[in-house]
Structures are given as C-alpha cells and as structure tokens.
Design a protein around this ligand. Structure first.
Ligand SMILES: Cc1cc2nc3c(=O)[nH]c(=O)nc-3n(C[C@H](O)[C@H](O)[C@H](O)COP(=O)(O)O)c2cc1C
Length: 214
C-alpha cells in the first residue's frame, strides 16, 4: 500500500447523534441537518452523489444538485436521455449521498424515483439563467460528440436563432424525485465509533429508527 495515502486520517469530534436527537421522520431530520449545513456556509452544500443502476445491476454514480425536498422526496434536474436517465428508465431506484465534511456528516437516502411533473420541470427550467437553458437545450448529455468546437457551434447557433426570446424547455429535460425508503444519518466520532441512525419506511407508513454499528 502507498503509505502517503494510507496514512491520511482524521479524528471526528465535533458533534454527536443520539436517539433523543432524532426527529420522528427522516425528512424532518434532514431538514434540521440541512439548515445547519446552510448556516455553516458550506461550499456546494446541495451537491450530492446520485447512484443509479441498470436492470442488470451495474451501478453508476455522479454528482447532481439538490433542488428541493419535502415529504414527497428529494428533487434534482437533468437530461432524461442521459446515461442516468436511461438507467432510471430501466430501474427507477436510486441512492443519494451527501458528504458535509466540515460538519463530519454523511446522509444516505435510498428510494424510488419518479419524474417531477411537467409543471415543476417547467418552473425550474424557466428560473435558470438563459445560458444554462441554452446549454441544456443544445447538449445531448452523455452522448459521444465529435469535438468541443461542435458543442460551442451548437450553442452559438442556438443563441443566434433565439436572441432574447423565451427558451422552451426541451421535452428531454426535467426533474426526478427520490421518494425515500431508507435514510441513514452518519455523524463522525472519535476512534471510528461513529453514530449511525437509520430510518426505514414501514408498511403502515411509519418510520422505524435503529442504530447501526459504525
Ligand atoms: C458540482 C456538480 C453539480 C452537478 N449538477 C448536475 C445536475 O444538477 N444535473 C445534471 O444533470 N448534472 C449535474 N452535474 C454533472 C453530472 O455529474 C454528470 O456529469 C452528468 O449529469 C452526466 O451524467 P450521466 O452520464 O451519468 O447521466 C454536476 C456535476 C458537478 C461536479
């Protein structure tokens, strides 16, 4: 092993997480941690790893931005024809992971995925800067393209054709919402005795809360 890497380690000691701290449901608990993360002014606080898998079980993961959450789930926006979009079409299940390192916290959300409504996708698309709208409209996300020049040419052509006009949301662009089934909150602790509290959705709609070994 490369000792320069193997020797990197950190002691986590800034906070604790106990049964008494936990909200009755994971979305309320996430809301508490979310507010603390926002108040801590973390860089890219809404960046999260999104893991998907194809029907044959091959996983893939990438970062996307959380754009909203409530009891219905955690929303992000993307290209429905991208690699992740195709995996979600085959297998509408996903896992989201947040790592808020300054707070020594990780949250893992596993759930079932649905597209957001057209109205929700429209509202968010129209709230984006024009450049991002144009970028989304001209980029065949995850497809092979011949060159950077090709992409920039598409963008310039699009801008020339549209000027300051309203840009319609492309039909292949929109949101997904991950409705949580299992949610784990991880708080780093000294000696690797971390706190891990996990919620699992029950058949009756209630959440079971257990502590996991670190
Ligand atoms: C900080 C950060 C934020 C990103 N946010 C998004 C996003 O909200 N939506 C998105 O489609 N891609 C986002 N990306 C790009 C994705 O990581 C990824 O490259 C892209 O969605 C294609 O993924 P796929 O080929 O697995 O579908 C982001 C990347 C980074 C590093």
């Amino acid at each position: 092993m490369n000792n320069d890497i193997a020797g990197i380690r950190k002691t986590y000691a800034s906070a604790t997480l106990s049964e008494a701290d936990m909200a009755a449901d994971p979305v309320s608990q996430f809301d508490k941690w979310w507010k603390e993360a926002v108040n801590a002014n973390l860089l890219e606080v809404n960046a999260m790893t999104l893991a998907t898998a194809s029907a044959d079980g091959f996983p893939s993961a990438r970062i996307v931005l959380l754009k909203g959450f409530d009891t219905a789930g955690f929303a992000f926006f993307t290209n429905y024809e991208s690699f992740k979009g195709r995996q979600l079409e085959e297998n509408p299940r996903a896992c989201l992971v947040f790592f808020w390192k300054e707070l020594e916290r990780q949250v893992r959300i596993t759930g079932v995925v649905q597209k957001t409504t057209g109205a929700e996708s429209e509202e968010y698309f129209q709230s984006r800067p024009k450049g991002s709208q144009a970028g989304a409209a001209v980029s065949p996300q995850s497809r092979v393209i011949e060159s950077r020049e090709w992409l920039e040419h598409q963008y310039t052509e699009f801008e020339n054709a549209h000027g300051d006009d309203h840009i319609n949301r492309p039909g292949y662009w929109g949101g997904y919402r991950v409705a949580p089934v299992v949610v784990e909150f991880w708080q780093g602790r000294p000696s690797r005795l971390h706190d891990r509290m996990q919620y699992t959705l029950q058949d009756d709609g209630n959440w079971e809360l257990v502590r996991l070994a670190p």
